[in-house]
Design a binder for this molecule. Structure first.
Ligand code: VGL
Ligand code: ZN
Length: 203
């Protein structure tokens, strides 16, 4: 069975949010249209406590975009975003949610970031997504959402490593693009890892 996995389409990652992805809102109608083609849909939600170690504000003197060592792992510093229970952590109001079977929250441990919807960046924490999909008989994963160069990329890579045939829907994702070519690089990395890239029109 195939599943649609919608990654982090939350207010803070959309124009006007704390960590906005340029034109991120343009993928919402595409994702809503895609949802009509799937009976099995799950979503991920970046869901940080206020004291999360990925926030520059929690490392006095360090700037956004700078790096720290977080629990022995190199961590890029982000603006405060997707704080639990905040409006910025909510899914965009125009995104259809009626058919979602389950939401998997990530980034809840203040000591480690979690880009992938499956595991924390140090691979210790497990959201339960993989076991859930497997127990429901899912074999093919179609991934879309934000951001292509972070959470989408790491979700796709873990999906492949977990044994799912993993598709990236290239017109239903956008990159936050800290560097100008991050989108192209992310696509290449995913493809090199075994992802199948396709356009929503071919689904
Ligand atoms: C994300 C940076 C920090 C994402 C989440 O959803 O791509 N990026 N937290
Ligand atoms: Zn985050």
């Amino acid at each position: 069975m195939k599943a649609l996995l919608i990654v982090d389409v939350q207010n803070d990652f959309l124009p006007g949010g704390a960590l906005p992805v340029k034109d991120g809102d343009l993928i919402i109608p595409i994702i809503n249209k895609l949802q009509k083609k799937f009976s099995f849909i799950v979503a991920t939600q970046d869901w940080h406590p206020e004291n999360h170690g990925s926030f520059a504000a929690n490392h006095g003197g360090h700037e956004i975009g700078g790096f720290v060592q977080l629990n022995g792992v190199k961590q890029i510093l982000w603006p405060v975003h997707c704080v639990q229970e905040s409006q910025g952590a909510e899914f965009h109001q125009d995104l259809d949610k009626e058919k979602w079977i389950r939401i998997f929250q990530k980034g809840t441990n203040p000591l480690v970031d979690s880009y992938s919807g499956f595991f924390d960046n140090n691979k210790n924490g497990d959201t339960g997504l993989s076991d859930f999909l497997k127990s429901e008989g899912v074999r093919e994963l179609y991934v879309c959402g934000l951001a292509a160069d972070y959470c989408v990329k790491f979700t796709v890579i873990d999906g492949i490593d977990e044994g799912f045939t993993t598709y990236l829907i290239t017109d239903a994702t956008k990159a936050v693009n800290l560097q100008e070519d991050d989108f192209e690089k992310a696509l290449e990395e995913m493809e090199d890892h075994g992802a199948i890239l396709l356009d929503s029109s071919s689904i």
